[in-house]
Design a protein around this ligand. Structure first.
Ligand code: ARG
Ligand code: ZN
Length: 861
């Protein structure tokens, strides 16, 4: 059945308190749930209490201590209640070890843990499993003291004891009313890295990062990141933590990154464990970002939660923005912004232009797990960032203060958030609300004309048609712009303009001859800018723009038009060489520019991703040609590597001399491997030699993985030797073995498909562990060269993965579908093969709701 946003009805019953009693066992856990319920005066009255269930059977149901009148309605349990207020007690028995979906209570590495968002709690006990039913939880857990020496739950531990028969117990109470999706429980053999945090009002919070004993030495970064997040949220958003305890637990089997359960975050080990020997600099950043994200949810998500799952972006979009701003403050604004925009373009733009396009606040779904998307999360963050850009940091803070104040303790809507920003920041967002209801990435075409001493800038917007949304209205598009003068080398003042109409002109002051417009600086709006800028203007911006983001954009624009032009064979003979020369020139300037630090230099040296190039190539009636894009992009890499061989070798040598703990080390490690990749495209033998040396000299994972990545794309003895060394060295560390799978699945090697097939048979491979599945198969699906192999073997392999994984873990299986779903924008030969695989999946029948929804939408849309 399809669930619709417009059908929202409040739940007829309130559940002020919930008592849960767990008798824990890996194969059998008994749950006794007692719900105090009373009629909800704000809802239509009903004699029936509908409690959601998923694969549960009730052992007993009693009301006020007496046998009750109840029945099953599909997976749900319906209790008939005679009066206004009752106590309902239900006993269920579950088998955590058989729970391969990893939703609800499951076993991971000998421990028990939970994942309840969105609808996992109903796999533990029957309950109104919807985010607008807030309840205060008291939990008693009991189990074998040897298997489960540590017993954790939400809130505060109120009591604990031994039973004298080898079992022990603990009681927990969470004073903050919460929806069921924020419930969590963990039982296992864990140790903690602990350090108290003193809040702004002087309260001491015990902070623990719980892991298996052998991982303890890799937890400092997570704990420090938590402290930095707690401080930052006080300073920047005025948010203080509200319990005396904050627990983070790392588990190895997890469908997503992490979960913000009240006072007890459960994390994928990937986003907790980090030390220089096993984690890259990017891994360190990801740990910091996810720790912050989950911590920030305590206010944007937990204290104020969502009324229904259509409002998911209320907490996710806002929390992603908050974690992005935090990381900008920790690591530097420009580099973080460039990375975030790269992610948006690679992951969200294709979603917005494909069959699965949906607004940040969707209107309908079959399976909510399918809407934990780059649109809801990342575009959601961009939409709120636009509000912030339009009103400025201070007024935005006034808006968020009002939001937190007004809706604390509530299950709110996106509309509530918008209204609070309107009232608190003093801005009219009437038209802006369209960003919440319209899907599709707006395109803004730019034209300019000099009129006296001003520049007339004419902007025209179109919001593309998306599935179910044939007619679109113009949206307010805030753009930071500046008009520079190439003739005089003068830089213009930045100002913010807001395009509200379909077509609109703006008069901007000129700074001198040959005006060059720098537009959407800092990426103020998540749109595609279309304009025909002269090559020398882009070169000028790439070298001189005072906004570092705009600088990197100019280089991207230069490369995109060159690569798409090359791939579609639309460039005139001279254009091809001139474009290449301009890009090489821009790279040469970045390499020589001493004012740049290596972190920024590295960003300027990253070519646009193939996925993004497909997006640009597939405009109008033109389809993307993955083969031609790949050839063009590798060709450009080779041309850069050849023309700048000396500079790149010098850069590699300079960067190799920087030591691990040098503050400039991170940037140096970044450019080192980028240089190696460019050298490899031009001179594989030299690159193999350099990469092997980099691998051998490495005292950190960033350098070692970077070297191995380059070697993986090359043939020869170094490749095999270093792969074998890497495996032997790290075979006991699952997260590093994941890297070993990923490097081979992502490689540019011509036999990548054969390699992936072999790796799927490796003794360390298992479909049961999502990190492992992602490390091999998701990585492969993101390898354009392998996945889009012209004979369709890559598509077939991914379709086989979906079919094999669906019965085990439907949520993860469904995440592979979008890769095949993009067939409509690909050239006809490959498109037919991709579509054929989707049809084969559909024909297999017996699909999960998750996979069925994604495949059927991909075939219809
Ligand atoms: N709320 C979590 C986060 O963004 C993600 C939970 C995902 N759950 C799911 N069923 N897809 O931090
Ligand atoms: Zn989140």
């Amino acid at each position: 059945p399809v669930i619709r946003r417009e059908d929202y009805q409040p739940f007829p019953w309130l559940v002020p308190t919930t008592q849960l009693d767990f008798r824990l066992g890996l194969e059998a856990t008994t749950v006794t749930a007692t719900l105090q319920v009373e009629r909800n005066p704000a809802a239509a009255a009903s004699r029936e209490l509908c409690l959601n269930g998923d694969s549960l059977t009730a052992q007993s149901v009693t009301v006020d201590g007496a046998p009750a009148e109840w029945r099953m309605d599909g997976p749900d349990l319906i209790v008939t209640l005679p009066g206004e207020a009752h106590s309902v007690t239900i006993v269920t028995r579950i088998d955590p070890s058989a729970n391969t979906q990893l939703m609800g209570l499951y076993a991971s590495n000998g421990m028990l843990c939970t994942q309840c968002e969105s609808e996992g709690f109903r796999r533990i006990t029957f309950f109104p499993d919807r985010p607008d039913v807030l309840s205060t939880y008291a939990v008693r857990m009991e189990g074998d003291a040897n298997l489960f020496p540590i017993l954790l739950c939400n809130g505060n531990r109120t009591n604990a004891g031994e039973n004298g028969d080898g079992t022990h117990w603990a009681e927990w109470h969470d004073p903050w009313p919460k929806p069921s999706y924020l419930f969590a429980l963990v039982a296992g053999d864990l140790v903690a890295n602990s350090k108290p945090f003193v809040t702004v009002s002087g309260r001491e919070v015990e902070c623990n990062v719980w892991v298996r004993a052998e991982d303890l030495t890799r937890t400092d970064h997570a704990l420090e990141s938590l402290h930095r997040s707690m401080k930052w949220d006080e300073d920047v958003f005025g948010r203080e933590y509200d319990l005396d305890l904050y627990n983070i637990v790392a588990v190895s089997d997890f469908n997503m990154g992490a979960m913000e359960n009240k006072g007890l975050n459960v994390f994928n080990t990937k986003y907790v464990l980090a030390d220089p020997d096993t984690a890259t600099d990017a891994d360190f950043d990801a740990v910091e970002g996810v720790i912050a994200h989950e911590y920030f949810h305590n206010w944007s998500g937990n204290r104020i939660t969502c009324r229904d799952w259509f409002q998911l972006s209320l907490k996710e979009g806002f929390t992603v923005l908050r974690d992005q701003l935090f990381s900008q403050d920790m690591r530097g604004e420009a580099v973080k912004r460039i990375e975030d925009v790269r992610i948006l373009r690679a992951a969200q733009f294709p979603e917005d232009s494909g069959p699965l396009a949906h607004p940040i606040r969707p209107d309908s779904y079959r399976e909510i797990s399918n809407f934990y998307t780059a649109t809801v999360y990342n575009k959601g963050a961009e939409v709120i960032r636009m509000m912030r850009s339009m009103v400025g940091v201070e007024r935005f803070r006034a808006g968020t203060d009002l939001y937190f104040d007004r809706h604390d303790g509530e299950a709110a809507t996106c509309e509530d958030f918008i209204k609070a920003i309107e009232d608190g920041a003093g801005i009219d967002l009437a038209q802006f609300r369209r960003w919440y209801s319209q899907a599709g990435t707006p395109r803004v075409t730019v034209s300019q004309a000099v009129e006296g001493d001003t520049l007339k800038l004419t902007l025209k917007q179109t919001v593309p048609v998306t599935p179910g949304q044939p007619d679109k209205l113009p949206m307010p598009i805030p753009l930071r712009v500046a008009v520079h003068s190439r003739g005089q080398g003068a830089l213009g003042e930045e100002q913010l303009i807001v395009l509200t109409d379909e077509e609109q002109s703006f008069s901007l002051p000129l700074t001198g001859p040959d005006p060059v417009v720098s537009i959407n600086r800092g990426f103020t709006a998540p749109v595609v800018i279309e304009r025909a800028l002269q090559r020398e203007d882009l070169v000028f911006l790439a070298a001189h723009d005072d906004d570092p983001f705009a600088r990197s954009e100019a280089l991207q624009e230069l490369a995109v038009s060159h690569l798409v032009g090359t791939a579609s064979g639309s460039l005139a003979a001279g254009e091809q060489a001139a474009g290449e020369a301009a890009i090489i020139g821009a790279f040469r300037s970045s390499l020589a520019d001493n004012a740049l630090d290596d972190a920024m230099r590295g960003e300027l040296m990253v070519l646009p991703s193939e996925t993004y190039l497909f997006e640009v190539m597939a405009t109008g009636d033109r389809k993307a040609d993955p083969g031609a894009i790949h050839t063009a992009r590798e060709g450009l890499k080779a041309a850069i590597g050849t023309a700048l061989a000396d500079e790149l070798n010098a850069l590699h040598a300079r960067a190799s001399a920087v030591t691990l703990d040098d503050p400039a080390g991170r940037g140096a490690r970044k450019v080192k491997t980028i240089a190696l990749g460019l050298i490899a495209a031009a001179d594989p033998a030299r690159a193999a030699h350099l990469a092997a040396a980099q691998y051998d000299a490495a005292d950190n994972m960033t350098d070692r993985q970077g070297a191995l990545m380059v070697l993986c794309g090359l043939d020869g003895p170094e490749r095999e030797a270093k792969l074998a060394d890497f495996y032997a060295r790290y075979r006991d560390n699952a997260l590093v073995v994941d890297k070993w799978f990923t490097l081979q699945a992502l490689s540019l090697h011509p036999d990548v498909i054969a390699h992936v097939r072999q790796l799927a048979e490796h003794p360390d491979f298992t479909m049961k562990n999502p990190n492992r599945v992602r490390s091999l198969h998701m990585a492969f699906a993101g390898n354009p060269k392998g996945f889009h192999k012209a004979d369709g073997e890559g598509y077939r392999m991914v379709a086989d993965v979906i079919l094999a994984l669906d019965p085990i873990n439907p949520q993860t299986a469904a995440r592979f579908v979008p890769a095949l779903g993009r067939w409509r924008r690909i050239e006809p030969g490959r498109a037919a093969l991709m579509k054929g695989e989707l049809e084969r999946i559909m024909a297999a029948g017996n699909l999960s709701r998750d996979t069925f929804e994604q495949v059927s939408r991909s075939l219809e849309g």
